[in-house]
Design a protein around this ligand. Structure first.
Ligand code: CU
Length: 156
């Protein structure tokens, strides 16, 4: 048996996935009509100090959060998948370390949270000012980042 099978991305059923991709394509057309650049930069989104991120089918929902700089932000990560995941938030240097890391599980830190299957974890992080997209949250279990388990933090 493949020893990595237990951590392979939890994929949604194919037929449902196709419908969602189609719906996403339609939504993109509408969004671009309404001014995609403004939405993509988080314009108009009020920074939040309490955020819930749901993990479903090995994706973070939402995959974009907007937070204030310099104040504690409470983040609850709820894993609805039948496999464990992790939530590593940080700059490209942090992500590079975890990308080649060999530990499947490690002790949780405020910015490095392991969420077992079906469980939730809450952490508190204070973000320093950074350019949009510089700080990301990624699951570095094998194959998960490539499958799309990536989110962006906008700090304002
Ligand atoms: Cu994952």
């Amino acid at each position: 048996m493949d020893p990595l099978a237990a951590v392979q991305p939890a994929r949604r059923p194919a037929s449902r996935r196709r419908r969602i991709i189609l719906a996403g394509a339609l939504a993109s057309v509408v969004v671009f009509g309404a001014g995609a650049a403004a939405l993509a930069s988080g314009f108009g989104v009020k920074p939040a100090t309490s955020i819930e991120i749901v993990i479903r089918y090995s994706h973070f929902e939402p995959s974009e959060i907007t937070v204030p700089a310099g104040v504690p932000v409470t983040i609850t990560i709820r894993n609805t998948d039948p496999i464990g995941h992790e939530w590593i938030v940080g700059d490209p240097a942090i992500q590079a370390i975890h990308r080649v890391g060999t530990e499947l599980l490690h002790p949780s830190r405020p910015t490095e949270v392991v969420i077992p299957a079906g469980e939730s974890r809450t952490t508190t992080v204070t973000f320093e000012p950074a350019a949009p997209g510089w700080i990301q949250y990624i699951c570095h279990l094998p194959g998960h980042e490539a499958y799309g388990m990536v989110g962006n933090v906008t700090i304002r």
